[in-house]
Design a protein around this ligand. Structure first.
Ligand code: SF4
Length: 303
């Protein structure tokens, strides 16, 4: 079924054959072992989004494909997983993009994850995640729950340019504060840091201090961005529209290379590490440790 949103992007309902992808070990950055894309395509429309890359073969990334049988598949696939690894909530979309208000697939998936006692790591740019605080706490109680907000600038005006369809950065900080106050483990993914746009110490320092003030326990940072065919052309077009002159500097410095480091990336990294140490901010994602959870449960059992 096809329907059209106000900005003329399309919503298409599809059925999928499978849902959960699986790695033998948790990935070293986010601690995720299983991943599920409940949607494909994302109306947040970040100008740097890697999911636009030609290798993913998504015709129009502004369109959203909704996997209407996703919850059925999850309920079928999850009991067969012997290893209780952390489940990630997607890489080709934001699990709390506006479409989630209508379809509630992320909420439905969290209910199933809670039921089967699996750990979860939600990565989002949206304050809509606060709606599901009850389920996040339930999952945390049974195994492990983590919410990471992606934040690349502290400035709402700059955020509106680089992540035009996502909630304001200040709304993300407020959501972080709310979840932390309710007892949900929260952190930040500070990536990408766009060269010539976000790679200054003022930006990084302000983000770190705001993250600390709003109750998050860690920041996973990468000082730079990546570029690939498909995504690169879109990014250049947006640089021309929004940041005149930056495209030329970017091309001069990086040409077609995949990894594009922030200017002064080593210095930024070292200043970032010093500040995090000073204020007790973690620089790695906390991961699910099943043996610890078992010990905790045994202690409580014996009381
Ligand atoms: S929120 Fe994530 S998936 Fe959505 S457009 Fe932005 S970077 Fe891409």
């Amino acid at each position: 079924m096809l329907s059209s949103t106000m900005d003329e992007s399309m919503i298409k309902e599809i059925t999928a054959k499978t849902l959960l992808s699986h790695d033998n070990k948790p990935d070293p950055w986010f601690g995720i072992q299983y991943n599920m894309n409940l949607y494909r395509g994302c109306s947040h429309q970040c100008i740097y989004c890697d999911s636009r890359s030609a290798c993913y073969q998504i015709e129009n990334f502004a369109d959203t494909l909704v996997k209407t049988n996703a919850l059925e598949l999850l309920r079928k696939e999850l009991p067969g997983k012997r290893m209780k690894g952390t489940i990630g909530t997607g890489s080709m979309n934001d699990p709390y993009a506006p479409i989630e208000k209508k379809y509630q697939l992320t909420r439905g998936a969290l209910k199933i994850i809670a039921e089967y006692g699996f750990p979860v790591h939600v990565l989002t740019k949206s304050n809509l995640v606060c709606r599901d605080v009850d389920l996040l706490l339930e999952i945390q109680e049974r195994s492990f729950a983590l919410v990471s907000f992606t934040i690349t600038t502290f400035d709402d005006d700059l955020g509106k340019k680089v992540e035009p369809g996502a909630p304001l950065v200040s709304e993300r900080f407020a959501a972080m504060n709310f979840l932390a106050s309710q007892g949900v483990r929260v952190g930040v993914s500070l990536m990408p840091v766009l060269p010539f746009i976000e790679d200054n110490w003022e930006n990084i320092k302000t983000i770190v201090n705001l993250v600390s003030d709003n109750g998050a326990g860690h920041i996973l940072a990468a000082f730079g961005m990546t570029q690939r065919e498909g995504q690169q052309e879109y990014y250049y077009q947006k640089l021309d529209d929004l940041f005149p002159g930056v495209r030329e500097k970017h091309i001069r410095k990086f040409k077609n290379q995949y990894e594009c480091s922030a200017n002064q990336s080593k210095q930024l990294q070292s200043q970032f590490a010093i500040l995090c140490k000073q204020i007790g901010m973690g620089m790695k994602v906390p991961v699910y440790k099943p043996e610890l959870k078992m010990k905790q449960l045994n202690i409580f059992d014996s009381l």
